[in-house]
Design a protein around this ligand. Structure first.
Ligand code: HEC
Length: 268
């Protein structure tokens, strides 16, 4: 009897735990199922999307978010959104030079001990919008805009999560949800309240390739750009992986052939 009771308790306990885990899983809103070109075994970055995404990052997100681990020249390296076969070394790529020049870099100290500003060079890293974390928080109502360098990899289902986050802001919180001061309602963000104001509006940027700048389009482009930044060697890595597989396959055929040849006249 006692044993049965214990077993029953264990079963009920396990059932309750499973329920609570489920409740936790369904807390955040469901992510949108968006497929990106860079997913899957053969996936590559859509270059045009990466270029547009860079524009969105530069004109909108970089006002608050840094991307300090990525050098500007990476944009023009193999696999990068501005890679040009004619200039395999990005330092010679006029597009990369022009992009770099457009950034203002704080350098120094000079011989007088002062910091000074100068136009960027391809070898510089993307400059951060704030001098330090405290300044970033002070400008954002206490919330810290995370660095973009690895953000796609730091979040579960990174591309889908960030795409959904950017496209799920709501003007008003549903009834019963009390928004704290300076917070914005976004069901995709854990807890539903985020310190980031909706960054994208129809036409936030004007694309030079004529693509209409809808919120979904800009979100998808900037996610492609951020995914590249977080894994710039992906294309090269996948290609190497396939070469190795093909090599191993041919090697296996050769080995099988030689095994057959060697043992042909031997009784075994
Ligand atoms: C006005 C400043 C501002 C702008 C512009 C801005 N953000 Fe943010 N962002 C923030 C702040 C602040 C946070 C931290 C929010 C928090 O922790 O509540 C944040 C957080 C995020 C997060 C992290 C969410 C998480 O799970 O932690 C992502 C992703 C993000 N922003 C993407 C973007 C993208 C993409 C753009 C450009 C299209 C952008 N942001 C533009 C201020 C900004």
């Amino acid at each position: 009897m006692n044993i049965r009771k214990t077993t029953l308790r264990a079963i009920i306990g396990a059932g309750l735990m499973a329920l609570s885990v489920n409740a936790f899983a369904s807390e955040g809103a469901e992510l949108k199922h968006k497929h990106f070109s860079f997913e899957g075994l053969f996936g590559t970055y859509d270059k045009a999307a990466g270029q547009r995404g860079f524009q969105v990052f530069k004109e909108v997100c970089s006002g608050c978010h840094s991307m300090t681990l990525v050098p500007i020249r990476a944009l023009g390296e193999e696999g990068g959104p501005f890679y040009d076969e004619k200039h395999p070394n990005p330092i010679d790529n006029p597009v990369i030079k022009a992009i770099a020049k457009d950034f203002t870099i704080t350098d120094g100290p000079n011989s007088d001990g002062d910091m000074f500003e100068r136009p960027g060079k391809p070898s510089d890293y993307f400059p951060a919008p704030f001098a330090n974390e405290q300044a970033a928080r002070a400008s954002n109502g206490g919330a810290l805009p995370p660095d973009f360098s690895l953000l796609v990899r730091a979040r579960e289902h990174g591309p889908q999560y960030i795409y959904s986050l950017l496209t799920s802001f709501e003007d008003e919180a549903p009834e019963g949800v009390e928004l704290r001061d300076g917070m914005n309602y976004n069901p995709v963000f854990a807890g539903g309240q985020i310190g980031m104001p909706p960054p994208l509006f129809e036409g936030s940027v004007e694309y030079s390739d004529g693509t209409p700048a809808t919120v979904e389009q800009m979100a998808s482009d900037v996610v492609t750009f951020m995914a590249w930044a977080a894994d710039p060697k992906m294309e090269v890595r996948k290609r190497t992986g396939w070469m190795v597989m093909i090599y191993l396959f041919i090697f296996a055929l050769l080995m099988y052939g030689s095994y057959k040849a060697v043992w042909r006249d031997v009784e075994h």
